[in-house]
Ligand binder design. Structure first.
Ligand SMILES: Cc1cc2nc3c(=O)[nH]c(=O)nc-3n(C[C@H](O)[C@H](O)[C@H](O)COP(=O)(O)O)c2cc1C
Length: 173
């Protein structure tokens, strides 16, 4: 094994376990420096054949966030966020892998945000066609998710449950 230690593994695992979906946000504005760090984390995600078939839309318009929040069953929280980032797959740039690629970029962004004390929540529940129109997206654009972002308001929610490792681990010897 190499002597070079990239990051403390135990601490990193604790960090991964500590991230929570956040649905309550402070009004405090997130600086462009921090937004760009989050976008950079997305930009450096792996992608199939390194095609990077994505676009990240920073939404700071509260009126649009409110309209988005009205399109889904579990989307109300997004109106409380000072901003959000829509993760868009450019379908023609990699028709086979754009979903996987954009998902990886999203995860990088959520984790980067967490290091900055910025909470995020993946929005899945929305009327995609309505929201695509609101964002000016077209037929080649796959709207993966909109990550709401803001400094955490109140307490960090208790850890959500996870299946036991024994229940999901299989071995082939
Ligand atoms: C694909 C996907 C869709 C999701 N959609 C929503 C959603 O529409 N509304 C919501 O409040 N949370 C949504 N979530 C957040 C999950 O509820 C959350 O990640 C899960 O309960 C685990 O909690 P944790 O992120 O705090 O560990 C979504 C998460 C994923 C990965």
């Amino acid at each position: 094994m190499s002597e070079f230690k990239i990051i403390d593994s135990e601490k990193f695992l604790e960090f991964l376990k500590g991230r929570r979906s956040i649905r309550n946000f402070q009004e405090k504005i997130i600086s462009d420096k921090e937004i760009n760090m989050i976008l950079e984390a997305g930009r450096w995600a792996p992608s199939a054949s390194n095609r990077q078939p994505w676009e990240f839309i920073v939404i700071k318009n509260r009126n649009i966030l409110k309209k988005i929040s009205e399109t889904g069953m579990y989307s109300k929280f997004i109106r409380k966020a000072p901003m959000a980032i829509a993760i868009v797959g450019k379908i023609s740039e990699n028709p086979t892998w754009y979903i996987q690629d954009t998902t990886l970029a999203s995860m990088n962004m959520m984790l980067m945000a967490w290091t900055l004390n910025i909470g995020t929540c993946w929005l899945g529940s929305m009327d995609r066609e309505k929201v695509k129109k609101l964002l000016g997206l077209g037929r080649n654009d796959f709207l993966l998710t909109i990550l709401s972002m803001g400094y955490i308001k109140g307490k960090i929610p208790k850890p959500s449950l996870r299946k036991d490792l024994d229940a999901i681990k299989k071995e082939i010897k």
